[in-house]
Design a binder for this molecule. Structure first.
Ligand SMILES: [Ca+2]
Length: 151
């Protein structure tokens, strides 16, 4: 795993209303409500990455294929650092909608071809997360939510 803050992704703020599912859409793989000091760290969720939406349509550095509904949501208590990573033997990507509605994407900022997005002093609220596959199709991946590390 990387040292905390090492892999903070370049941010691509693409705007809120980019056609992603409405905030009320149910997450395919659930959600968690956590805050600074949460245990266990990381929270891990196995899922199938990928979907029928081309994330490059969101602009910026967004790439990969994602589902319509969010895969997972984190309801963050606010403060401290928040790292969102996907660990997979496939080349996966991340799309995250912040509590402010900004869309942030990453491809390979984690270990190997894993995507990782880090928020310093993360704003409290809801983070909707999509895990994509760079080349399309579905692939098993493990989403990891951490206050300490990217993966
Ligand atoms: Ca990747």
């Amino acid at each position: 795993m990387n040292i905390a803050m090492k892999a903070i992704a370049a941010l691509a703020l693409v705007g809120a209303a980019m056609g992603l599912a409405a905030p009320a859409a149910a997450q395919t793989y659930g959600s968690v409500q956590i805050g600074p000091g949460f245990t266990p760290d990381p929270r891990a969720r196995d899922l199938q990455a990928g979907g029928s939406i081309n994330a490059s349509g969101f602009g910026g550095n967004c790439v990969g294929w994602i589902a319509d509904a969010p895969d997972y949501s984190v309801f963050w208590g606010g403060g401290s650092n928040l790292f969102i990573s996907s660990v997979s033997s496939s080349d996966t990507t991340l799309v995250v909608r912040t509590p402010a509605g900004d869309i942030i994407c990453d491809d390979d900022s984690g270990e190997g071809l894993n995507p990782a997005i880090g928020f310093s002093n993360a704003t409290g609220g809801r983070y909707d997360i999509w895990v994509g596959t760079l080349s399309g199709g579905l692939a098993p991946a493990q989403l990891r939510i951490s206050e300490l590390y990217s993966y």
